[in-house]
Structures are given as structure tokens and as C-alpha cells.
Design a protein around this ligand. Structure first.
Ligand SMILES: Cc1ncc(COP(=O)(O)O)c(C=O)c1O
Length: 348
């Protein structure tokens, strides 16, 4: 018998959205940015590639400095991660002993549960209301760490700010506010870092900066918290190419702000069009929408769309079993999705 830890054996493992091996799909299932980053970010890549023999900068200096300038924090307040998933894992390993409690909402980003289980943590979930929103602050005095995403998937809306503030105020442990989708909205939680000494904000370049394939994320907090988390991360957690492209992307803020705006305007059109096609659709602050077709089972819609080469996300979670989550693509991709949906509706 292999000495596999009980908590690992008992974990089904994270199920990521499908990454098809062919390019003939319209891919609206994993919240990637539909627009490529500017070509200029590749200008110095050749130089970096020639240095692959050498380890990368272990502490991602240039990247953290560039992020600090854009985010308005000092370099000492920023930890770079191999995607923001890395930051979530580092936080767990920094603040929670196996057996201690981690709290998060239900439903939310399902990776919180997977990593907490694998870590051997005790899990406390707090249900959102029937609209997937908070009715009150998230209070869990025994939690060493609370993960809260705002905007929160699968809904994609910001959590009530007042409740979130109270969550930070009343927490006895650390609160990690996961802002993976924040750039597609009008709000952020930077001030929470300044106001409370137990708050970490995580950010990713996977969505708004079109770098999902590079795995670049950040944890932003007080220098004291970052110093402790820094001990826990892998020694070379970001490779050379990820550091270079991440740093370069921060030089093109205007370009990215333009595509965020474009995604928001396509999102609004998508929501309105789906409502016209007899879907129940929530508003969204993210680059995806949660929608429930009123004329077909959501699982069936997912399958039929896939047969027609349009990939959306379907979750088996009981609370959202009649919804699909659709990533906001380019206007042309959304036009194609809507065209196929309309055909399916006419056939139903
Ligand atoms: C809420 C949330 N946080 C974090 C992530 C992961 O981001 P990254 O690609 O930076 O690991 C995702 C990805 O889907 C997400 O939905």
C-alpha cells in the first residue's frame, strides 16, 4: 500500500474547464481573455530564451516592481505567484495548520475546496442566498483563513461591500480577497489592505492581461504578511518567460483598459441577447455570465453547443445545475454562440 495521505485519497481533485486539443472550438468555458496581448510584449523574448540555461530571478523583482507601480503598492507588499492559484496555496500553507479551519462561500471558485482538502484543513462553507449573494457578513471565528472572491464565481458579481468589510473586521484569522475578475468592474478592495492588517488581495494576469498560458498572479498585503508568505513559496516559482511577459504587459495599461471596456460592452450585449432568447441571466461584474435557459436543460444545452463546436461551462454543483457559465468572447464569437442558441431554441 502506498502511504497516500487520507485527505489526498478522499479528494476527487480539481476539475478544470476543458482545454480542447483542436482549434475549431469557440472557447467560452474558462474565462480567458478573447483578445491577444500587444505584439510588443514579445520584443525581448528572444533574449530571455537564450538565457534558459540560467535560473530565473527567484524573487521576480522586475515583475513585482512593475505590478507595484500599476497597483499603487510597494515592491515589499507584493508576492508574485505561478498564477494566483499559487498565491491561494501559499496562503493556505502560511496560515493554516492541517486540521484547522478554512472558510469560504458556497458556491464559489471550486479550487478553494480542493486545496483545503488536500491540505487536510477543516472546511466551513457558508451558503450564499438564492441569488448567490451575501445576506450577512461571512463570520467564522474559528477560521484561520477565509477565501472570498469578489467578483464571486459562478455569479460574477461583487459581494456586498459592507458585509465584506465586516467580514474583515470580525475575522480572527486572515481574509484573502480573490480579485481575479476585478478589472472588468468598477470596484476594487485596495483600501481593505490599508485599513486591516489581516487582508490579502490576490490578482491574476490570466484574465484581464491575456496571459493565462503564462501563469502569473500576485498576492498584495502588508510587508509583514508578504515576508512570511515568501518563505512558503517554491524557490523559483515563476519562470523567466512568465516574469518577462508579465512585466512587459504592465507597460501597456492603455491597451488593456481598452480591451476590458470592450469585454464589458460585449458582456452587456450578451446578457441582453440571452434574455431575449428566454434565458434567466444575472448581471455580471466579470468576464463571464451565469445563465439559465428556460426551454432546455442546461446540461443538454451544454452538450448541444459542444456538438456544434461552442464550448461553455457546465457545473454539476446542485445549486447551479440548471445554469451554464459563458465567458465573454469577441463580438464575432458571441454572435456565433447566439446564432447557435437561436437555432437550438427554434428546434426545441
Ligand atoms: C476566482 C478565481 N480565482 C483564481 C483563479 C485562477 O487564476 P490563475 O490563472 O491566476 O491561477 C480563477 C480561475 O478561473 C478564478 O476563477
Amino acid at each position: 500500500m502506498l502511504p497516500i495521505r487520507d485527505c489526498v485519497q478522499q479528494t476527487p481533485g480539481y476539475v478544470p474547464g476543458e482545454q480542447p486539443q483542436t482549434t475549431d472550438y469557440i472557447k467560452l468555458n474558462t474565462n480567458e481573455n478573447p483578445y491577444a496581448p500587444p505584439d510588443e510584449i514579445f520584443n525581448n523574448l528572444e533574449e530571455e530564451l537564450k538565457k534558459v540555461r540560467l535560473y530565473p530571478d527567484p524573487v521576480s523583482t522586475k515583475l513585482r516592481k512593475a505590478a507595484g507601480e500599476v497597483f499603487g503598492f510597494s515592491y515589499e507588499q507584493i508576492l508574485a505567484g505561478n498564477g494566483s492559484d499559487d498565491i491561494l496555496n501559499i496562503a493556505l500553507r502560511t496560515f493554516v495548520n492541517p486540521g484547522e479551519t478554512v472558510a469560504f462561500l458556497d458556491p464559489t471558485y471550486s479550487l478553494y475546496e480542493t486545496i483545503a482538502k488536500v491540505h487536510g484543513a477543516t472546511i466551513k462553507t457558508i451558503s450564499t442566498n438564492e441569488k448567490f449573494e451575501l445576506d450577512s457578513p461571512l463570520i467564522c471565528p474559528e477560521a484561520k483563513l477565509i477565501f472570498v472572491a469578489s467578483p464571486n464565481p459562478p455569479l460574477g458579481k461583487h459581494l456586498n461591500r459592507k458585509y465584506l468589510k465586516e467580514t474583515c473586521e470580525k475575522a480572527t484569522g486572515v481574509v484573502l480577497i480573490d480579485e481575479a475578475y476585478v478589472d472588468f468592474s468598477d470596484e476594487d478592495h485596495w483600501e481593505f489592505i490599508k485599513e486591516y492588517d489581516n487582508v490579502i488581495v490576490s490578482r491574476t494576469m490570466s484574465k484581464s492581461y491575456s496571459l493565462a498560458g503564462m501563469r502569473v498572479g500576485f498576492g498584495i498585503s502588508s510587508p509583514e504578511i508578504i515576508e512570511e508568505m515568501n518563505k512558503v513559496r517554491d524557490s523559483y516559482n515563476l519562470d523567466r518567460i512568465a516574469q518577462t511577459l508579465g512585466t512587459n504587459c504592465f507597460q501597456f495599461e492603455d491597451y488593456f483598459k481598452g480591451i476590458w471596456q470592450q469585454v464589458r460592452s460585449t458582456r452587456n450585449r450578451l446578457i441582453a441577447s440571452l434574455r431575449n432568447l428566454d434565458f434567466f441571466v444575472f448581471d455580471s461584474d466579470a468576464n463571464f455570465v451565469l445563465a439559465s435557459p428556460q426551454w432546455i436543460e442546461a446540461s443538454n444545452l451544454y452538450t448541444k453547443l459542444k456538438e456544434r463546436k461552442v464550448l461553455v461551462r457546465y457545473f454539476k454543483h446542485p445549486r447551479i445545475s440548471n445554469y451554464v457559465r459563458i465567458t465573454v468572447g469577441t463580438d464575432a464569437e458571441i454572435d456565433r454562440l447566439l446564432e447557435v442558441v437561436e437555432q437550438l431554441k427554434n428546434e426545441s
